[in-house]
Each structure stands twice: as C-alpha cells, then as structure tokens.
Ligand binder design. Sequence first.
Ligand code: BES
Ligand code: ZN
Length: 712
Amino acid sequence: MSQQDTPNTIYLKDYTQPAYWIDTVNLHFEIGDETRVVAEMEFRKNTSVEGHHVLELHGEQLRLGAILLNDHALANGQFSVDEGRLLIPDVPDQFTLQIETFIKPVDNKSLEGLYKSSGNFCTQCEAEGFRKITYYLDRPDVMAKFSTTIIADKISCPVLLCNGNLVDSGDMDHGRHYAVWEDPFKKPCYLFALVAGNLQCVDDHFITLSGRKVALKIFVEAHNVDKCEHAMQSLKKAMAWDEQKYGREYDLDIYMIVAVDDFNMGAMENKGLNVFNSKFVLAKPETATDMDFINIEGVIGHEYFHNWSGNRVTCRDWFQLTLKEGLTVFRDQQFTADMNSVAVKRIDDVNVLRTRQFTEDAGPMSHPIQPASYVEINNFYTVTVYNKGAEVIRMMHTLLGETAFRQGMDYYFATYDGQAVTTEDFVTSLEHASGRDLKQFRRWYHQASTPEVSVTGQYDEKKKSYKFTIKQTSVNEHNKAFHIPVQVGLITKDGTELVHASRLLELTKNEHVFEIENVTTPVVPSVLRNFSAPVKLTLSLSNDDLAFLMAHDTDDFNRWNAAQQLGVMVLLHMIEVYKKGHPEKLPAAYLAAFGNVLSASDADKALIARMLTLPDEDYLAELMPYADVDAIHLVREAACYEIAEKFQAIFLRVFTDNQQAAYKFDAESIEKRSIKNLCLAYLARLNTVETRKLAVEQYYAAHNMTDQMAAL
Ligand code: BES
Ligand code: ZN
C-alpha cells in the first residue's frame, strides 16, 4: 500500500484475469547508490478478457525515466502515473515495452524490492516487492521468462547473482563488470531475485536421480565460511528426499543460497537463488543446539521443496497462499520427521498449532486458511495459513492414504506444471486420483475457527462391542459440520492393542455413533491418534486411564499426550492442596507410569525425554483461573525433586549409558543427547556433590552447544 492510499479491501470473489500477459522480460541493472533499471517486456493481449486497450502496471517508489513502446518514446500525455500505477491507454494487441526506472537501495528500509544488507545488494519480491524495482504486472498469475544483465563495480560487488543459469560474464570499463543470467522457466515476478556484493562461496554438488549434476553454492560473508557445512548437508538431504518421497527432481544446473543479516522472514524460495536470514544457514556444533540444527534443516528443506510446490506450480492470486505454504510446510514436516524423530516432530508441530494457531483462531485475527478478503497481504502470512494449512493437507493425506495421496500429488504436478492455480485445483487433483469425494472436506478452506469435538466411549459387555459417540459441538450458523478424520484404537486392560479396532472414523455430521464389534474384554480408548485433525478434543479419562495410555498406547503422540494430561491433572491438584496448606506427594500411579516409560527400552529416546518432562509453568498458569506463580513454581520443583530422588539410580545409569565420544548430527545422536540431558536435569536438582560434579564436568568437556547449555 502506498502512503497516499486509504486502505481498501481486496476480495477473492472479484478476481479477474489480467488484460495482458507478459511473455519475456529482459532486465538490465546498473547497480549503485542510485540503481538504473531497464526492463524490456513483451506484452500480449489476453484474448479471454474483453474490453478496451489500457495497460495498467504496478510501481512504487520508482523514479521514472524513459518509456519506449515498440521502440518509440512515449511523450508526456501518452501515459500517466498515479497511486502506485502506470497507465498507458491505447496499446496494441502485441507490443514491446521498455521502461527505465531509478531506485535507491540504500534508502530502502522496507526490505522489499532491492535493498542493501551489510554492504550487499539483495532483493525480496514476495509478495508485492517487484513493483519497487520496475513497473510491472506484479501478480502471481503473470508468468514470464526472465533474463537479467547485472552491471556493478568489480571491487565492491565481485559476486553478481540472479535466477537461472549464468550465460555470460566479463569485464567492462571504469572498473565495472557484468553477468548475464537466464532463467529458462516461466515464473511470476515474486520469485525474481538478484544479489550483488562481496560474498564468499562454499561449493558442492548433487547428482540427481536421472544422473544430472547440479552445482550447489552457498554464499556468505567471508567470516562465516566455516558455518555452512550443515546447511549444505541439509540441502543435499532435501534434494534426495524429494526425489525418493515425491519423485521430484531439481530442474536447473545450479542451486544457490545466499545468507543475509537483514531479512524480514526466515527465508525465501526465489527460483534457483534462495535468500536466507543468516540465522537459518549458519551453524556449527559449538554455537548451535540440536534444535537450531533441526530448524535449519527444516527451513532449507522448506525453501527447496517450494521449487515444485510454489515455483513450478504457483498461486493464481494471493488468496491461494496456503496452496504453496500449507503444502510446503506439510512437506517440510514430513522431511524433518523422516530425518529425525517422527514422534517428537509431531509433538512439536501440534504444540505450535495448539498454542499459537488455536489462539489466533480464538481472537480477532481468526480467518480461514483461504481468506475471502484482505487489506494487506503481508499480514496474511499467518500460522493459520501456514500451520493449519499443513494440517488440512495432512488430513487429506490421512483420508486418502499414502498411495492415493502420492498419486494425487503426481497428478497435480503433471497437470499444472508451469501454471498459476488455485487450492480448488489441488483438491480436485486429489479427488481425481483417489476417486474420493472431498466436497464437504473443502469447508476446511473457507470456514475459520477450531472445531470442538467431544467423544464418549462405552463398552457393551453383552454385545461384546465398544461404542464411540462423537459430536462436533461447535457447529453453528457460521460453521457447518466439518469432515473430520478421527483415528481411534482400543487397548485391552492387559496392554494389548486390539488390531481390528484401530481405524479411521470419519465424522461428517453433528453427531455420529460408531460401533466396534468383537471387543471381548474391557478396554481403554485412544482417540484422535497422531492428532488426526486440528480440533479441540474433549474426552474424559481417569488418571488411571491416562497412566495406562502413557505406558501402553501404541500411538506415540497419544502416549505423550496422555503423559502431559496426567502431569497437568496431578500438578493442578497438588497446587490446589498446597494452597490450602496441605502439600501432597506425587501419586503412586504417576510415579509408576513415569518409571515404566523411563525403563522402556524399545521407545524413541527423544520421545521418552519429552514424555518425562513435566508440563511447564507457563502452560500450567494458562490452565488456572488465577495463576499463583509461586505455588506453581514450588509445587513443580518439589515434584521434580521427588522424581529425581525416586529414580536417582536409573537416571544415573541412563545418563552414563548415553554418553557419546564424538559429536554427530543424526537422529540417534540427538536422541541420546536428549535423554542424557533429561537425566542430568533431574539429577542436578538433587544438588549433591556428585550430581553437581556431573554438570560441571559436562559443561567443561562439552563439544557442542546442546550439552553445554544443558549442563549450565
Ligand atoms: N515464501 C516464504 C517467505 C516469505 C513470506 C517472504 C512472505 C516474504 C513474504 C517462505 O517460503 C517461508 O514460508 N518461509 C518461512 C520459513 C518456513 C520454514 C515456514 C519463514 O520465512 O518464516
Ligand atoms: Zn514457504
């Protein structure tokens, strides 16, 4: 929005195709404090749009030089400029337009368009930043082939980068040099990127499934060259994963990542030239934790995966943002799960959803993953569009199953490659490939709010069956019933999973009764396994049932969820009685369940570490009508101390068993560090000479940040 505009609302229902297409763009940059940009574009009338021949281009904060239409300079009066637009009435059906503009990257503090970060020039064009570089049809459904010439001073800007392949470069007069880049793929201008500066390059390569060699280059400031190894490995893992999981190969001969310090977001998927906030590239074990390493791997993966889900197939308009972001978050979640702990990744993602997205949905910012209107698109890069968007994709994955989902993805990529499409096109692809009807499911795209689901279960001794009654209690005049996949299972009292009872219930009405037959003994239900839908679930289970699920549920997410719920119940009760002056000890059932989990040798150690961490103080405070912070702290600390005392010997053994000689970044090593450091945290609470020594020794011996921080 330019300064003089009053905010005006843009509606999805008003979408119309552009009156003109742009087929090719030749950009010419003379980089400097005042940068000269010449854009030469070939326009073609969109025959499906009726009407007269007016060309209207976006442009902001530009100083206009010359305009040439089919090589003839336009005189004043043959065009007009106002409110972020350049208007040229009376253009032919097909024509070339050459526009000269001047911009000032140093004065650009918006970090959109072309700006300077630590002395280097770089661009950020999503969502609507390209219009700060030149006059253009700055909308994602206009896809063109770009070629770019960059001219700059050779001393201050030895590196000149743009999308695609480098086709020419050389020296010029006055100490300048040039580079010419061609991107063979049509793209919307939000994927354009240019970098000019003094950067060092870390090189590697990747051989694709079909045997093509891709040059991989990470550009950073000279003093950061030693912190790129992990990002490079992550990139190679991501490229191999997308081939193996989705059959998607990379398509250019070069893939570049540039790290800059000044960047509004985490990273940006510009075609062949990603720009990253340096915190998502730079890492070495001495200065980054396992969590940092995993996050970097995830963001590198995310931007890489956009090459197909976002770039090759892009969005028709910004209302479709979740088409690329929700889908790409889902893909990066799958990637991180495959590279690390599946269970812990799901727990972390659900935590983000419950704490941030549910809160967004409960407040004044509540909106569907595909909003119907917006004022400022930059405010719609939300946890709803991203993370709930990913959950909506995940539910379709659950409903269709792995094979049909993959077939749907293949169909989507094959059908819409090179096009700008809608979420409707995506859902239709999944329907087409699977034969499933997702008509009601589509409500997830258009209705805001978090559905509330209540579940009750009943064992019928005589009929030998178990009956689930599932209700959507949040259906109202704004929100019709959702199509909700509810994954359930039953576990017999001796801890055996009833295999035939494990199934996906599909709740489509306000209320539904599902009967599971052949249940011959009493069971404990496990509901909404793996958090199969982004809903608020009410299911009342006794503390005994929770302790039982914590020990026996075969669904890792629900095991953790039961542990959390039980921890909450137990601590909230202890806080209440403490406030009345009768401090209590942890119930025996809780300690027994804790001990079971701690000695479970088969389970993922990172998951065990999560399960054995008591709900944190903030979370407890949130659940109390009046948060007595002193009571919360004292009771939680006392509970930790009690656990530490009771399991001291086991903690010490597990701590010792999980020591590692050298630092490695892989799933197994991370798991070992998490369980070891959990044990250390409990032991240190005992505050004895021996346990203090353990912490001090680990602090000084640590060869990585995770261990050192844990010890500290
Ligand atoms: N396309 C976005 C980055 C973006 C969004 C740039 C809006 C400018 C305006 C990118 O793919 C993205 O989503 N990045 C995330 C990280 C990701 C791992 C979720 C980010 O930057 O936070
Ligand atoms: Zn993204």
